[in-house]
Ligand binder design. Sequence first.
Ligand code: C2E
Ligand code: CA
Ligand code: CA
Length: 703
Amino acid sequence: MKLSKKIGFLLLYTTITISIVISSMYAFIYNKLNKSSIDIIINYKGIFFTILFLMVISNILIYCFINTKIIKRLKVTEETIENVIYKDIKEKKLYDNKYRERDEITNLHNEISNVMDKLLDAKKYLKVEERNYSNILNAMSNAFFHLKAIEDENGDYIDGIVIDINYAASDFLELDREKIINKKLSELYEGFDIYKNKVIKVLKRIKQTKSECFARELNVIGDKWGVISIYFLNEGYFSIIINDVTEIKKHSEELTYLANYDTLTNLLNRHNLLEYMMELINKEEEFSIYFIDIDDFKNINDTLGHNTGDEVLRIAADKLLELKYSFDMETFNKITVGRVGGDEFLVVKEGKDSISEMKLLAKNILDALNKQFNIGMHTFNLKASIGISSYPSDGDNVFTLIKYADISMYRCKEEGGSRYKIFSEEMLEEINMQSSLSSAINNKEFEVYFQPIYDVNKEKIVAAEALTRWNTPEGIISPARYIPLAKKTGDIIKLDEFVLEEACKCCKTMQELGEKDFKVSINISYSAIKQSNLIEKLLSIINKEGIPPGSIKLEITEDEIIDNIDFTVNILNKLRELGFNIALDDFGVGYSSFNYIKILPLDTLKIDRSLLKSLEKDKKTLAIIETLIKLSHTLGLDVVCEGVEIHNQLELLKKINCDNIQGFYISKPIDFNSFKNFIIDFNKIERRDLSENNKEGREIRRV
Ligand code: C2E
Ligand code: CA
Ligand code: CA
């Protein structure tokens, strides 16, 4: 029987026994008392019985109290102990058997000792677990914060107090443990005030969902960045785990910088500029780009070394930034400066600018770069070439815009640099023309036209100038457009050879027509003259066609030969010795010098039509031409005046003894067949048989 039951029974028996004893004592006293005493008792009988009754009742009440308050508790304690000690009924039975014989107190003692042992074991276990848990947390590289939630009147979490952290947490916040424990989340997280509503929302959610519900990259404190996760623990508690990503963030920021900025000048790099321009295009915002290339930078690098070169680029970048800062706020905000690579910079100017505004900014850039500076002993005044293109007028994508600005910039370089050019369609045509020039020569798209040269004294056509025409599906292209390009690309050499072949054919026909002294002039470029095998080439062509060198006149222009006059004199002498005729073309244009007429081995002087234009009105021009003619004659040269368009000019030229004239007055340059017919008519060559069997007119006899 359990101790509680035993005590219960004992108490019951004791209560009953005490009640009986009290009652017996009352009965005994009642019987043994004398009369007078009896009278008292009789008189106070009620009181006595009431006392008796109350004593019995209080005895019963004491029993009930002890039973409910002590015995029942004892019973519950016993049952709890049993439950703690015996995991199952089998174990309990074994125990019952073992201790059946022993007395209850010993059993209770044993049970309590047993419970105490178990409690001590549990405490030890808990301590070990706690240490393990703390070790695990401290070994974690992530910062861990255990917080007790601070709730508002509705029971929602609004903040938290830190009750535990690991080492990583202390490291992350760079604070000692004591300075973190008992601190509020709001005191530790710098952005708490700004993001208060968001934080409270998250805390509320984790309480409701009782799970993890937040993971985001945040700037927690100072420059510290972390990926934050918040977990619900048991009611009223939550934890925060921070994965420190400060280093990764820094690294990625560095990478972002490297990806977007030029490390040498700290300006935006090509990639960033492209993205920026693409953004503007996406927003359909108009803008212009200024593609800047420092002139002669290669020279600086080659002669002063790369370190100086780098320093020059840094200074150039600073100058461009200085220029940007010199503008008012509105313009300042519209200008972006970057380095595309090497010595190439790019300025992007937002907004639609007029031509004059673009020119002004380009000029400002040139002036800014041109400001003098020193590096060590060296003084610099940078010059640059700037190509400008605009969105959307020149192109609808970044690459086209850069290409066009680049083309314009190269145009500046070709013209000597230190200038700017705004892109135009014409430049593009030129580029296209340039690229198709070579194939056009091979595809025989070129045709040679002939312009008659009239002998004023003989009053007949004695020569012709061969001039090329480019036949394209869109029409004939004038040499004024493609000759400069062909000179640039070197295609002029092939073209000149082709013209010589055609000129020989023309000569042959003229000779067959009876014009034995007929000469054909061809324009020969300086690049052709420079060829080491020029003479062999010329001879091989004329020999193939069976034409003597004397029938060919080579026209040269002084602006081309001016750079290497000795070399030219040497070559021309050789050519003349072989029998070729040499003419100095376009005399009177630019810096024509009488000196050349003296130095160069010449047969003919061709006076440019620009001189002839003012012939009628201006007596000085007539005097100059007359002097030129006299001088030429003195030196043994004959003279051709170009650009004679009207009869009056011819008359005037006749008076001053001009030998030959060439111009629209006689004829424009015409194709070979037209030319042949023209000569036949002009020189009054009798057409004996130009019928079907003799279209080439070989049997033609001069009248
Ligand atoms: P150029 O050698 O001075 O040729 C004369 C140019 O003057 C020709 O222009 C001709 O059409 C033009 N001309 C002749 N008479 C008159 C006139 O009375 N009035 C006007 N307004 N113009 C007249 P074109 O044929 O356009 O040739 C331009 C230039 O292109 C030539 O100037 C020549 O320097 C160059 N060129 C043409 N063909 C060739 C070629 O096959 N090889 C080389 N190297 N240059 C060529
Ligand atoms: Ca010419
Ligand atoms: Ca000419």
